[in-house]
Design a protein around this ligand. Structure first.
Ligand SMILES: *Cc1c(COP(=O)(O)O)cnc(C)c1O
Length: 362
């Protein structure tokens, strides 16, 4: 998988241009930066002065620190058992429940920490993590004059920022969020960073940028709220592999495991080096998925194997060793996602660690 760090930078600058001066950017680098690689991506982001990074788990934050990343890092889903590491590596926890708040304050107290930066998550409708509307007064009582923590930010998450049909719900979420952070700031007596927009929200909800936005999938070149074909965003990843063998088959020969594959004409099959263990999901088998060889779109034949896939190359002049494009700017990840009824996030984050990442930066 080739990763263009120039494209990454282009995308970062595109979103930056959509923000009012002073609005900060938190770059989401969870799940190995959506499959693109932790250190290389984070390093470019750090060099280009994003304000914050966010990861899902403490271990992901530790990996960033060990790679030399010094930006503040928020951990979305910290587990009690790893608080030692959280502190050791100066990671900032999201606090989403009374239990977590209580545990963290107790930990801070017993380890003589004070003013430790934390981020409060408000549930405005996602119903995943966070304090609900009826919790806010109690929350305010608990954090008021609490010297163990310093509330760095208060945030929430939009469930459908890019979906027009849910715009009324999005507005409701933003209202609930405003109500919650107003109370919290009043109780604290100081200003916090407020943020609710993910990628979809940056373009569609400029009035809700508040103090910071959380940029995820758009950084990697994918944003459903931007008209397809506009070249403001650049996909950062190209996945390519090569042909191991080419053979002739006659009509009705069966191809691959369980005899599911078949051509209805005499033709040619290319076996290529990628399988479901690489993240090319089995759902792409039997003609559902398509790849590019020499600029021609060719379908899969039969079931995807663990390490290999067969393609119908009857109409292409193909040799062993030829390059095969799984996705790139001409065969976008959005298209692969459509083929198997999923979302681009899942395609990207499924590319396994076996697939070597190669970085380009001019
Ligand atoms: C992953 C995540 C984001 C980024 O979402 P995108 O749609 O990729 O921009 C933002 N906020 C939270 C809480 C997330 O978990």
């Amino acid at each position: 998988m080739e990763i263009s760090l120039n494209a990454l930078l282009n995308n970062l600058n595109f979103y930056k241009s959509k923000l009012k001066p002073g609005v900060k950017i938190m770059a989401m680098v969870k799940a190995f930066s959506y499959g693109s690689g932790t250190f290389e991506v984070a390093n470019v982001l750090q060099y280009n002065k994003v304000d914050y990074l966010a990861v899902a788990y403490i271990d992901e934050g530790v990996a960033l620190r060990q790679a030399g990343i010094t930006l503040p890092v928020m951990v979305l889903n910290p587990e009690l058992s790893a608080f030692d590491k959280l502190i050791e590596f100066k990671l900032e926890p999201e606090i989403f429940s009374f239990n977590l708040l209580d545990e963290f304050v107790k930990y801070a107290q017993s380890h003589h920490l004070s003013n430790y930066p934390v981020h409060l998550k408000i549930d405005t409708g996602m119903h995943r993590l966070g304090f609900e509307e009826q919790d806010i007064d109690t929350l305010c009582d608990l954090i008021e004059e609490n010297r163990y923590i310093k509330v760095q930010s208060v945030f929430s998450h939009l469930v459908a920022s890019d979906a027009k049909e849910h715009d009324d719900f999005t507005k409701k979420q933003i209202k609930r969020f405003e109500k919650a952070f107003t109370k919290i700031e009043k109780a604290l007596g100081y200003k916090v960073i407020k943020h609710i927009c993910n990628t979809g929200g940056i373009i569609r909800w400029p009035s809700a940028h508040f103090d910071m936005v959380r940029l995820g999938i758009g950084l990697y070149g994918i944003d459903g709220s931007i008209a397809p074909g506009s070249n403001e965003l650049q996909p950062i990843a190209t996945l390519k592999t090569s042909v191991s063998q080419v053979r002739k088959v006659v009509a009705n020969d069966t191809i691959g495991y369980n005899r599911n594959g078949k051509l209805n004409h005499n033709g040619k099959i290319a076996t290529i080096r990628i399988g479901y263990a690489d993240g090319y999901l089995r759902a792409f088998g039997n003609g559902v998925g398509k790849m590019l060889i020499k600029g021609k779109l060719v379908p899969t034949v039969g079931n995807i194997s663990m390490d290999m896939t067969m393609l119908d190359v009857s109409n292409v002049d193909v040799r062993e060793g030829d390059e095969v494009i799984v996705f790139n700017d001409k065969l976008p990840i959005e298209e692969l996602a459509r083929e198997i009824g999923t979302i681009p996030y899942e395609i990207l984050t499924n590319i396994s660690q076996r697939v070597k990442r190669v970085y380009f930066y001019e």
